[in-house]
Ligand binder design. Sequence first.
Ligand SMILES: Nc1ncnc2c1ncn2[C@@H]1O[C@H](COP(=O)(O)OP(=O)(O)O)[C@@H](O)[C@H]1O
Ligand SMILES: N[C@@H](CC(=O)OP(=O)(O)O)C(=O)O
Length: 545
Amino acid sequence: MMASLQLHGVKAPGLGLCSKRLEFGSKGISYSVTLASSCAVFRTVEHSCRNIALRVSCEAGRVDLIERKQPETRSVSGTDKELTCVMKFGGSSVASAERMKEVANLILSFPDERPVIVLSAMGKTTNKLLKAGEKAVTCGVTNVESIEELSFIKELHLRTARELGVDPTVIAKHLEGLHQLLKGISMMKELTLRTRDYLVSFGECMSTRLFSAYLNKIGHKARQYDAFEIGFITTDDFTNADILEATYPAVSKTLLGNWSKENAVPVVTGFLGKGWRSCAITTLGRGGSDLTATTIGKALGLREIQVWKDVDGVLTCDPNIYAGAQSVPYLTFDEAAELAYFGAQVLHPLSMRPARDGDIPVRVKNSYNPIAPGTVITRSRDMSKAVLTSIVLKRNVTMLDIASTRMLGQYGFLAKVFTTFEDLGISVDVVATSEVSISLTLDPAKLWGRELIQRANELDHVVEELEKIAVVKLLQRRSIISLIGNVQKSSLILEKVFQVLRRNGVNVQMISQGASKVNISLIVNDEEAEQCVRALHIAFFETAS
Ligand SMILES: Nc1ncnc2c1ncn2[C@@H]1O[C@H](COP(=O)(O)OP(=O)(O)O)[C@@H](O)[C@H]1O
Ligand SMILES: N[C@@H](CC(=O)OP(=O)(O)O)C(=O)O
């Protein structure tokens, strides 16, 4: 038997779980829920900070007591010492000692904020670590010393310590550990996904130690935290782990508890977690520090989450494709999530989820140009004048055209197609259907994360399975152009899109306007895609209509 309960209007960043009782609450109100049956086990527990606070369902039991407890007395609550926001700085913002000093000044220039700081690895350290790992697999144990990327990383971090004037011993153990790990990889001649995550974790572990030591040196009390030690509990999907619900109460307990005792600015490693079964270090996917920041924002019920980048906020398109990209002042969580999912590198694809659950505004700012207003992302915004907000490109996508071998009226065709993908564990991105055929694109993040040979085998297998019920065409090197905007105005958007594409001689191979209300997707050939984005940008953002 399943029981479920919904409570509304409770702000609940703290959530504690034990076998029969569930406790949650914050800011002076706390609740506890007791299950009637003694053998009940919690099946799903979800909670978010502001809207629906909680959903509990359990096996063999009813939820039959909801008890409001006496107000908590938490020392940070309601005092002027409360932590106020998260400030996350990406690799580009902390690429050198000079940049770290500027970031420290920037933090100190907001005297009214008491932030939790989240940092990524310095500059391109993550890429260098991965490269060093790949080289270690083949170079032989005696040659590990001469891996160029290892010397680069050592030199960068020791120089940064020197230039910041902090004791290099704060990173000495990690530099030694990294060296030993690369030797281990070269002995085993193997770099598993699990080892890869451990390897890249050195980047964030070192940047946060250096930065925290620097804040302390300039008289601003700080404390470094490794996310995997303070309750960032994830799935065991190495290189692409997902944060589990138990993270929120654990992180809140540690950070708020220590803050209330010592008022030291928390400096937390982005990107990292701990697998719930393996207890090994996991990573949240490339760019995952954004997700660390929003998770902390939700866990602590903070007022704002700031992500500091090297651009003036979210832009109307990727500035590497078109230099005329402009900053977008406002976005909704749904728009930002869609934009990130469909390939805009500026935000991690899952980072909007905790912010949306907690209804906490996210501000995307430029650490190189702090006076630029950036982008504010909130639950809703005035859409009355919005047409197109941003154009996003996802390259190197695989498309499948699947036509049923039976004629019209056959039922169950779509179900069979999707069951095949489910069985093979492959996600689908964009879909367009008729009664007898279906075109779809495969999620490259899911497929391209795997080894080349494995990918080719999987694609062959997909085609083989689908050919049992359909004629299948596999089309590679396609791009998805996602038009993020007000889908209520889709006729207006599409009229202009087709004018532009016709003028540029581009044929759209598939089009999809999903239920998201914020995204229209077009599929074109890879080699035409960038030119399309530039032409569309000029038509929508630089030409009076
Ligand atoms: N729509 C977009 N808006 C802003 N930046 C974008 C967009 N698409 C791609 N980018 C790229 O994303 C980069 C910022 O993301 P990222 O490198 O992950 O930042 P950080 O490492 O500072 O967190 C920018 O330098 C820009 O080149
Ligand atoms: N260092 C990790 C995590 C991260 O979020 O980095 P950045 O904030 O620099 O995109 C990466 O390069 O993927």
